[in-house]
Ligand binder design. Structure first.
Ligand SMILES: [Zn+2]
Length: 284
């Protein structure tokens, strides 16, 4: 199966929504694209889409570009991941499905790699707008940023929240750049498995783990909110702001899949683990 590029996806979805808007009574299934789900729309009406790869019962959600064009390499990495697993379905664990959202902040993406590309079209930092430890006073480095009028004030975070609630993934990874580390989500005092899974991904990918993000105070983040659902979540911070760091992130995703493959039983899973998983990746 030929992999769809993000540009093609966005074109298709933009055409679909434009066509729908022109019709008083649009057909409910206008121009369906197999494996593609419309998660929602940005402030400016740009689509946020998810691509499903594999059909196992344990969904793993991978999200790029919540910080838009400023972290463009995370969008490019998600496109490469989606294209790779579309071309190599045998590398998806039989009990897992991968859901890839390449661009969670399409308005910011349109600015390219500029500081304003970090925010949505309302100027809100979408990774300060979630409903765990939300604060109106929010920061990026030493600079104040707009966290929104209240938690989930933005259409992007509403759409992502509703998609995650409906999907009930077993893990959610949010890709950022460029703090070079894997940082576990942490909403309350309870351990929801985020730190353990962050360690699995970080060790395989060669990013540091086990440390809280301490460069500056953060509030209302997506990973913390997902952790608060009882679902393991983490921020994967690439080392560079330009490279996609493909090899190490492919290794991280394989290790994550192997973690879940080892939880199951049966010939297909054993064959997958024997072929695709490395010894010594087991946690604990
Ligand atoms: Zn970021």
């Amino acid at each position: 199966m030929r992999a769809l590029t993000l540009a093609l996806l966005l074109t298709l979805l933009a055409a679909t929504s434009a066509a729908s808007a022109d019709l008083l009574d649009p057909p409910p299934t206008a121009t369906p694209v197999p494996g593609i789900t419309l998660v929602g729309h940005s402030v400016d009406g740009n689509p946020i889409v998810a691509q499903q790869l594999g059909d196992g019962p344990m969904p793993i959600l991978l999200v790029g570009g919540i910080h838009g064009g400023w972290e463009l390499n995370t969008v490019l990495l998600m496109n490469e991941i989606a294209a790779f697993f579309a071309a190599h379905p045998e590398d998806i664990a039989p009990n897992v499905s991968l859901y890839v959202i390449p661009a969670a902040n399409p308005d910011g993406l349109r600015h390219g790699r500029k500081a304003e590309g970090r925010f949505n079209a309302n100027g809100v930092d979408l990774n300060r707008n979630w409903g765990c430890n939300w604060s109106a006073e929010a920061f990026w480095r030493s600079q104040r940023v707009d966290a929104g009028a209240e938690p989930f004030s933005e259409p992007e975070t509403q759409a992502l929240r509703d998609f995650i609630t409906a999907l009930q993934p077993v893990a959610v990874l949010w890709y950022h750049s460029a703090a070079a580390g894997v940082f576990a989500g942490h909403c309350t005092g309870e351990d929801h498995g985020s730190a353990g899974l962050a360690d699995v991904v970080g060790r395989a990918a060669g990013y540091t783990t086990g440390q809280p993000f301490s460069a500056y105070p953060v509030s209302g983040t997506a990973a913390d909110w997902v952790d608060g659902l009882g679902t393991p979540s983490m921020d994967v911070e690439l080392e560079s702001a330009q490279a996609v760091e493909w090899e190490r992130n492919h290794a991280g995703i394989m290790a994550l899949q192997c973690h879940f493959a080892r939880l199951g039983a049966g010939d297909a899973l054993e064959a997958f683990v024997a072929r695709a998983c490395r010894e010594g990746e087991q946690d604990g």
